[in-house]
Write a protein that binds this ligand. Structure first.
Ligand code: DON
Length: 309
């Protein structure tokens, strides 16, 4: 059993992270993200009784970027069920998050729903039969519902910044369209994708939004059932194996939890049966995952005895 309380551990970790000179590099390929101050850090732990233990810049909104892919996967599974796996695989890619190389050899089917190609294919599924505006509104409403907070929003400046510079994602989407993996017009799919990546949340909201994943698909505090226990188990499995791209092995080794990162510097991690944790620090490591976010989670699981292994 841990000798310190969760409150003490969380406060200590925030103080340790604030003091570190090594902060990683903020993403600059989306110019708007390059303007974020790297000297920020937040950690929030959402507990089954609905309380959230926070430290650092927990009320600051940040761009959740690829963390949104956990929630679009959840929505798409609700819409398409296991048919989804005909369009997207569920194996780690071992490649960077924006890599195109495997698509050529694998009939345009992305390795998993979290690399950019896979998430774009998932967005296409969510879009089917809807206007882009409706699909996006549904994703945003889902995030507000899960966070139990209507202040979750889409940062239009970040979305516009990525629309202007998203050449690589356009290449991925067009390549998949050539294989028939994308059904809707590429620009519609990308419009929704860029905007759901630009969802802005606080660490407190993100931790709350992940609660259903830690408790068999249900939020124990609100009684809301989001997915079946079976589905929550499967989403967690894909987070564990693919949530940090080619850094997923290192994350499992050091932190030992299912997790999903984003280039905005956020990470959502799931402690089954115990907590949903969000950390945020904008500086990234070489794999594009939050440098201090990962270190903070490593300390949290070590001090609380919270690794799943
Ligand atoms: O498509 C992109 O490149 C970004 N909107 C999201 C990438 C991302 O967050 C990768 N995460 N570490």
């Amino acid at each position: 059993m841990p000798s310190q309380s969760l409150e003490t551990v969380v406060a200590e970790i925030a103080a340790e992270m604030a003091a570190r000179p090594d902060r990683g590099q903020v993403a600059t390929y989306i110019p708007e993200l390059g303007r974020v101050d790297p000297n920020q850090f937040a950690i929030a732990v959402a507990l089954p009784d609905g309380s959230v233990v926070c430290a650092g810049d927990c009320a600051t909104f940040f761009s959740i970027q690829s963390v949104s892919k956990v929630f679009t996967l959840t929505l798409a599974l609700g819409l398409a069920g296991d048919r989804l796996w005909n369009r997207v695989g569920r194996e780690p890619s071992g490649s960077r998050f924006n890599s195109i190389v495997q698509l050529e050899h694998e009939r345009g089917i992305p390795r998993n729903p979290f690399i950019n190609a896979g998430a774009i294919a998932i967005t296409d599924l969510i879009l089917s039969g809807h206007k882009p505006r409706e699909a996006l509104a549904e994703i945003l409403r889902f995030m507000q519902f899960l966070a139990d907070d209507d202040s979750v929003y889409i940062d239009q400046a970040v979305a516009a910044s990525e629309e202007r510079t998203g050449f690589n994602n356009r290449a991925l989407a067009n390549f998949m369209k050539g294989f028939g993996v994308i059904e809707n017009p590429v620009e519609y799919v990308l419009g929704v994708y860029f905007h759901h990546c630009a969802i802005a949340m606080t660490c407190r909201q993100l931790a709350k939004a992940g609660t259903f994943l830690a408790h068999l698909g249900k939020n124990p505090a609100t009684g809301n059932s989001v997915v079946t226990a079976e589905r929550a188990k499967r989403i967690n499995a894909v987070m564990l194996t693919c949530g940090h791209y080619d850094g997923s092995g290192e994350f499992a080794y050091r932190v030992g939890l299912p997790g999903k990162s984003g280039v905005g510097g956020g990470i959502l991690a799931v402690v089954p049966g115990k907590a949903s944790v969000a950390v945020w620090s904008p500086g990234l490591d070489a794999s594009g995952n939050s440098h201090l976010g990962r270190i903070a989670l490593e300390r949290l699981t070590a001090r609380m005895g919270w690794s799943i292994f």
